[in-house]
Every structure is written in C-alpha cells, then in structure tokens.
Ligand binder design. Structure first.
Ligand SMILES: [Zn+2]
Length: 231
C-alpha cells in the first residue's frame, strides 16, 4: 500500500516508500502483492492505494516491455474472471470484479507511453498543470504555419481549387508525424534515465513535462489536420 510518494521520497527521485504488508484472508500469509496471495493463490481485496505498477506486480519502471505487459494482462484477466470466483466467499467475488476493473485501468494507462508519463507525474504529485495550454516555444512557428495552411485550405475549398493545398497539407501531416516520432524517442530516452536512477530527478521531471506538453500539442495539431484533410 502507500503508493503515493511523500515529499521526502520525491526529493530522492527514484526512491518510493515500501508497501505495508497485508495478511491473506484465506491462509493468513503476510504479503505485499496486490491481486493474489503468493502462498495460496487466493484472490485478495485490492489494497486501497495500489498503483498501476503494483496491480501488475511490476517494479516502478517507465520503460515497459509491451508484449510482456499484454501477456500479463490476459493472464490476470483469466485468473480474475468472475466465473472462477462465483462459488467462493463474497470477499472473493467482490475482489474479482474490483481487481478486474483495476487491471483494465492499469493496462490502458501503462501500455500508452504518453498516458504512462502523465501517470508518473501524477504519482510524483507533479501534474502537467495549467501551463499545458501554452504553445511550447519550439513548436510555436510550426503551429502558426499549420494553422495558416488550414485557413488557406478552407478558403481554397470555397473557391473550388484546393488540390495543391491538399497536397501540401498531406506533406505537412507527414512532417508532424515525424516530429512526433522524434519526441516519442526522446520520451523513451527520458524513461530510461528515470529507470537508471542516475540523473537528477528535478531535471528529468522538467524534461518529462516539456516532452508531454509538446506531444499533447502535436497530437492536437495532427488531429486538426486530419479532420480538415478528411472533410
Ligand atoms: Zn493465502
């Protein structure tokens, strides 16, 4: 339990507080697992503050092996399935529903690198905040250019000669996607630095916020372009 880091843990970066152990309702074994008793395998009531990493029994690492995460997801789903716990005590039936929902939430967040990063910031008590609406400086010129092109395309459509601009926007769409890929690579590098535990957590947090903010902006821009290209 106790997954929300204290300010002391935050200062130390990668250091997270240890989880309090619970005792299995079935066999009495003390353990720190979130979903199943490691001794007898009985389904356990989800600890109040179990975070997404704990739900999956994973260390708090930002670099995640996605195929392994998916395999684990299906495995947990099978083991938690309400049909398997129908005849068990009420605690087990409730836990199967509650734990299944927790596994779904954890999987949706952890499998997506952007959602995972935002969740990481939330665990650190560092939301992206209201600054998220500000255009990241390095993207300002690009955002302006794209918006101008979109405007031109709408005008050209009204005059019935949008073919060239359509072409141009398609090319811009490709550049935006490339830019997003570059940012996603930088995000992976940031995650690897967190996991290595060597770098300054404050600097990594700032870099992570900047990357996520730029990615959010690019995502919106790409959606805007797609919408216009499809209409
Ligand atoms: Zn047990």
């Amino acid at each position: 339990m106790g997954s929300i880091p204290t300010s002391a843990a935050k200062r130390e970066g990668a250091v997270w507080p240890a989880r309090a152990s619970v005792s299995c309702w079935k066999c009495g074994t003390e353990h720190t697992e979130a979903l199943f008793c490691p001794a007898c395998g009985a389904i356990q009531p989800l600890p109040e503050q179990a975070d997404h990493f704990e739900v999956f029994g994973l260390p708090r690492h930002l670099v995640i092996d996605l195929p392994a995460l998916q395999r684990r997801y299906y495995e947990l789903h099978r083991r938690l399935h309400p049909d398997l716990h129908q005849t068990g005590p009420q605690a087990a039936r409730q836990a199967s529903l509650r734990n299944t929902a927790a596994v779904n939430r954890a999987y949706r967040t952890l499998r997506d690198p952007i959602d995972r990063g935002e969740y990481w910031l939330a665990l650190l008590g560092e939301g992206l905040g209201t600054n998220n609406n500000r255009v990241p400086p390095e993207l300002a010129a690009l955002v302006f250019e794209v918006q101008e092109k979109l405007e031109e395309l709408r005008d050209a459509r009204r005059e019935g000669n949008a073919v060239a601009l359509h072409e141009e926007l398609n090319q811009i769409r490709g550049e935006l996607a490339e830019r997003r890929d570059t940012l996603l690579q930088a995000l992976q590098a940031n995650y690897a630095s967190w996991d290595a535990g060597a770098a300054d957590a404050g600097a990594l947090t700032r870099a992570l916020k900047e990357l996520l903010s730029a990615l959010a902006y690019l995502g919106t821009l790409i959606r805007d372009v797609d919408k216009e290209l499809e209409s």
